[in-house]
Design a binder for this molecule. Structure first.
Ligand code: NAD
Length: 496
C-alpha cells in the first residue's frame, strides 16, 4: 500500500473523500511513492471557510508574535533541511544538492517574513492642514490562495504563504499534484512551529480545484506559478472574479556572450545554467547568444556540456536528474526531434539510459547551434536539458532578438566591458539581469521580477512587493484639538 497524501484543513490532516486519485511516482524509477486524493468541492469550501474564520483572530495577533512564528519556522526548516531535501529529491528526481538548494531558497524567504514589522510600517505626514495629520496603515486582505508548479516544491510555496501569513492573512495552498510530498512536510513543520489552526490550509487537485479557488467569493488574492497557458487562464479567471492576482509563468532565457568575456567562466556557467535540474527551471538559460568571435567557443562548450551526466538523486557524480513525468519526457523528445530537422544538432540526448534505472525519464545533454527565432525549438519553452545556440554579429542584434521574444523572465550577459554591460542592463526588456552571473535570481529582500509574457499582474512575489500584494492601504486623516479646561474630564470628541 502506498502512502496516502492528506489534505490539511482547519489544523488537521485528513484523507480526501473524492474518488479522484493520482499516483505520485519516482521520475527515476516509476516506483509509486504515494497516492494523492484530490479535494472534493466541499473540501475546498471547507478549506476556504476555515481560512476565513481563522482570519478574524489571526489579523488581531500582534505583529511581533506573527514574526516570532516565522522565526521558529525558519529554525525548524533549517533543522530539517537535509530531511526536506531528501523528500524533495525522491519526489522530483533532483540531485540531493539541488534539492537542498530548493529548500534553502525557501528558508531565505521565511527569514524575510520574520522581519515583517519593519516591512509593514506605514507613512505619516503631520499638519496636512492646520492641526490635521495624515497617516497610512497597511492591513491584510483576508484569505489568500497559492497555486504552485512541480519544479520547486519547497521554494515556491515558501515564496507565498510565509509572507502572506506574516502580513496577517490566512492561506489556502494548492501545490502541484505531481509532487505533493514536500508541501506536506512544510505544513507539518509550520504547525510544529506553533501556527494556530486555520491560518494555513492545503488542498490537492488540478484544474477543477484551482477554478473553484479562483472563483470562490471568500478568496481575496491568487498567487500562481506555472506554465504560461495555465497562467493566462488563472489571470483572466481570477481578475474577472475580482481577485488581486500575480502569475509567474513560462520563460525563454538568453545569455549573451561577448567576445571579450572570460571564456572559462562562460563555459562553466553555461553547463550548469542550461542542463542543471534537467533544464526544469524557469531561470534556466535555454538560449546562448554568441556575439562575433565568441561563436568559436561553441565546439568546446559542446565538449563540456556532453560531460554533464544525469543520474539518481543520491548519485554524487550526477549533474542532474530525470524529467518529472513520462509526458514531459515524451514532449521534450518530440521537441529534440523537431530541432534535429531545423538546426545543427551538436549533442543529442534523446537516447539516454542510466544504469540500473531503465524506466527513468532520462534525457541526456542536448545542444543545437545555428538556431534562429523562427524555429520551434526557439519559440517553445522546452523545459528540458537542451541548449540552443545562436550566432549574431553585434550586441544590438542580440538585444533586438531578445526584446522581440515574448518572454522576459531572466537574462544574462558575460563581458569584460562595463560599457557593454551598462548598455545591456539598460536596454534589455527582461526583468532579471545577470552580469557575468548566469542565473540572476534575486534574493528575498528584492522581489522576483519577471516581465512581459513571463508575468501577469503588478506586484511580484517576495520582498517589498509581496508585502504590498498581500495588504491593503488605509489612510487616516485626523484632527484632534486639545482643550486645557477639559483635561482630566471625558475625552473631547468635538471636531468643530
Ligand atoms: P502547470 O501550469 O502545468 O501547473 C501549475 C499549477 O497549475 C499546478 O498546481 C497545476 O495543478 C495547476 N493547473 C494545471 N492545469 C490547470 C488548469 N487547466 N487550470 C487551472 N490550474 C491548472 O506548470 P508545471 O508544469 O507544474 O510547471 C512548469 C512551468 O512553471 C514552466 O512553464 C515554468 O517556466 C513555470 N515556472 C515559472 C516560474 C516563474 O517564476 N516565472 C517559476 C517556476 C516555474
Amino acid at each position: 500500500m502506498s502512502r496516502k497524501i492528506p489534505l490539511f484543513i482547519n489544523g488537521e490532516f485528513m484523507q480526501g473523500s473524492s474518488d479522484q486519485t493520482l499516483p505520485v511516482t519516482s521520475p527515476a524509477t516509476q516506483e509509486v511513492l504515494a497516492e494523492v486524493t484530490f479535494a472534493t468541492s466541499r473540501e475546498v469550501d471547507f478549506a476556504v471557510a476555515s481560512a476565513k474564520e481563522a482570519f478574524e483572530t489571526w489579523r488581531e495577533v500582534p505583529i511581533s508574535d506573527r514574526a516570532r512564528l516565522m522565526l521558529r519556522y525558519q529554525a525548524l526548516l533549517k533543522e530539517h533541511h537535509d530531511e526536506l531535501g531528501e523528500i524533495l529529491a525522491k519526489d522530483t528526481g533532483k540531485t540531493f544538492e539541488d534539492a537542498k538548494g530548493d529548500v534553502w531558497r525557501g528558508i531565505e524567504v521565511v527569514e524575510q517574513a520574520a522581519n515583517i514589522a519593519s516591512a509593514m510600517m506605514g507613512e505619516t505626514v503631520e499638519n496636512v492642514a492646520g492641526g490635521i495629520d495624515s497617516y497610512s496603515y497597511i492591513q491584510p486582505l483576508g484569505v489568500c490562495v497559492g497555486i504552485t508548479p512541480f519544479n520547486f516544491p519547497a521554494m515556491l510555496p515558501l515564496w507565498m504563504f510565509p509572507m502572506a501569513i506574516a502580513c496577517g492573512n490566512t492561506f489556502v495552498l494548492k501545490p502541484s499534484e505531481q509532487v505533493p510530498m514536500t508541501p506536506v512536510r512544510l505544513v507539518e513543520l509550520f504547525m510544529e512551529a506553533g501556527a494556530p489552526k486555520g491560518i494555513l490550509n492545503m488542498v490537492h487537485g488540478g484544474a477543477e480545484q484551482v477554478d473553484q479557488l479562483l472563483n470562490h467569493p471568500d478568496t481575496r488574492s491568487v498567487s500562481f506559478v506555472g506554465s504560461s497557458h495555465v497562467g493566462e487562464h488563472v489571470y483572466k479567471t481570477a481578475t474577472a472574479a475580482g481577485k488581486r492576482v500575480q502569475c509567474m509563468m513560462g520563460a525563454k532565457n538568453h545569455m549573451v556572450i561577448m567576445p571579450d568575456a572570460d571564456k572559462n567562466a562562460v563555459l562553466n556557467a553555461l553547463v550548469g545554467a542550461s542542463v542543471g535540474a534537467a533544464g526544469q527551471r524557469c531561470m534556466a538559460i535555454s538560449v546562448a547568444v554568441f556575439v562575433g568571435e565568441a561563436a568559436q567557443w561553441i565546439p568546446e562548450l559542446a565538449e563540456r556540456v556532453a560531460k554533464a551526466r544525469p543520474g539518481a538523486w543520491d548519485d554524487g557524480g550526477a549533474a542532474y536528474g530525470p524529467l518529472i513525468s513520462k509526458a514531459a519526457h515524451a514532449r521534450v523528445l518530440d521537441l529534440i526531434a523537431k530541432g534535429k530537422s531545423e538546426a545543427n544538432c551538436l549533442l543529442d540526448g534523446s537516447d539516454c539510459t542510466v544504469e540500473g534505472m531503465p524506466d527513468g525519464n532520462w534525457v541526456g545533454p542536448t545542444m543545437f547551434s545555428g538556431v534562429t527565432p523562427e524555429m520551434t525549438i526557439y519559440k517553445e519553452e522546452i523545459f528540458g536539458p537542451v541548449l540552443c545556440c545562436m550566432e549574431l554579429e553585434t550586441l544590438d542584434e542580440a538585444l533586438a532578438v531578445i526584446n522581440a521574444n515574448p518572454m522576459g523572465n531572466g537574462t544574462s550577459i558575460f563581458t569584460a566591458s562595463g560599457g557593454a554591460a551598462r548598455k545591456y542592463q539598460h536596454e534589455v526588456a527582461v526583468g532579471q539581469v545577470g552580469i557575468n552571473i548566469p542565473i540572476p535570481v534575486p534574493l528575498p529582500f528584492f522581489s522576483f521580477t519577471g516581465w512581459r509574457g513571463s508575468f501577469r499582474g503588478d506586484l511580484h512575489p517576495y520582498g517589498k512587493q509581496a508585502v504590498r500584494f498581500y495588504t491593503e492601504t488605509k489612510t487616516v486623516t485626523a484632527r484632534w484639538r486639545y482643550d486645557e479646561s477639559e483635561a482630566g474630564k471625558q475625552p473631547n470628541m468635538s471636531i468643530n
